[in-house]
Design a protein around this ligand. Sequence first.
Ligand code: ARG
Length: 488
Amino acid sequence: MAKLWETSKDGGLDPAMDAFLSSVGVDQRLLAVDIEGSIAHAAMLGRQGILPERTAAELGRALGALAVQAEEGSLAVDPLAEDVHSFVEAELTSRLGDSGRALHAGRSRNDQVALDLRLWMRRASAELREALLDALRAITELAAGHTRTLMPGYTHLQRAQPVSFAYHLMAWAAALRRDYGRLEDAAARADECPLGACALAGSGLPLDREGVAASLGFARPSPNCMDAVADRDACLELAAACAALLTHLSRYCEEICLWTSYEFGFVKLGSSCSTGSSVMPQKRNPDPAELIRGKAGRAYGDLVALLVMQKGLPLAYDRDLQEDKAAIFDAADTALACAKAFATMVSSIAPDPARMRAAAEEGCLWAADAAEYLVLNKGVPFRTAYAAGRALVLAWESARKGGAFGCSPAVAGLLAALGEAGLAALHPAWQGTETGELSRYLRLDSCVERRDQVGGPAPKAVVRQLEELRAFIAAKAEAVPAPAASIQ
Ligand code: ARG
């Protein structure tokens, strides 16, 4: 296929070099948006009198037919084309002759590819946000019945303080909502139309940049033509949002791997979302969680590729930028596939509240509350109260080692055995403490219930977080119409 820029006097490209330079294998995914951009450009050329109305209309009709064929999948992209833009122009020219050759007035592939990318990313971002909303819905449904399902909260992967399963899931949701916001922010900043920037310096033709931007649904034309064709920070931002999202998904997947292990046993994955072993008949493996965790690295690689590709480039367009597409397609594809798989997997989670509570009862998760009891009820300075709490923990540990409470690890058993005098003997700050009252204060349910501040784990506070999340999902689902076509 002849190049757009080839003249009869030039010798042709070396065939291997031709194949090396071609991007059509990757950028044919831009076919639909390339046609969309060309329809807007042709119409603008007609409105501005740069092309006769008749020619513009003819181009519009032919491009519309191409769009239909592209949608049906019946438009075979020539693998020998230099890129998708050359292919569409050649196809038009073969159908319309000179009218096809008129389309590129006031346009360069530099602003064309910048436009196509933004149109594609607009769809990708909307589709990603849709998938994120599904993940948030799945989290909401899973959390709903578990505001009183106690489990250990961890720091350093050591049992720390009691929380509820719903509260832990709301922590996931809080971070995923920020990922949603990052995608929105990136889309808002990318909402500028590069068309009319042409090669780098605009065009001497009387183009209407505002009009064409509006007709393509952009908020505005890009403010500087050189920047419009030179920069790919919109790709960087989308890739960074994908990378942040995958970091979150990867962490939650790691938790799912831990929780489904025999050692934790907090949850089970349904058979629709776990796999067996080819040799060990007893096994159920959390493969989707592991694969999402593994795929996060790809998105980081794509982000780094985009950063490094641009860092040394003089303005304006350089061919290095052709590599942007493979990276941003992969980052968005990976994030989308992972968000969808995550949503499906979360829907299949079956928690085991008894295992979670048993884990929370073991390990003195009431210890910080013991110190706070003294602060609140006896006016003991926190550092002293901490030492008194520590003394109670040591007593609990040695009693437990001696098998003092049979099978019940609750601190109530220890306090009953100690009595007021025994407790006071552990540390002077405990002097005059009524052990029955302290027992009630240290019940795990009480520890969680009294934490009803904003963002806290108390059932009431978590119900508020759930309600707020449901309202967010409903508002976003209404605001963002599902994308017309999938990026995949
Ligand atoms: N295939 C090219 C790319 O993806 C299109 C732009 C080509 N522009 C140029 N001046 N060679 O970047």
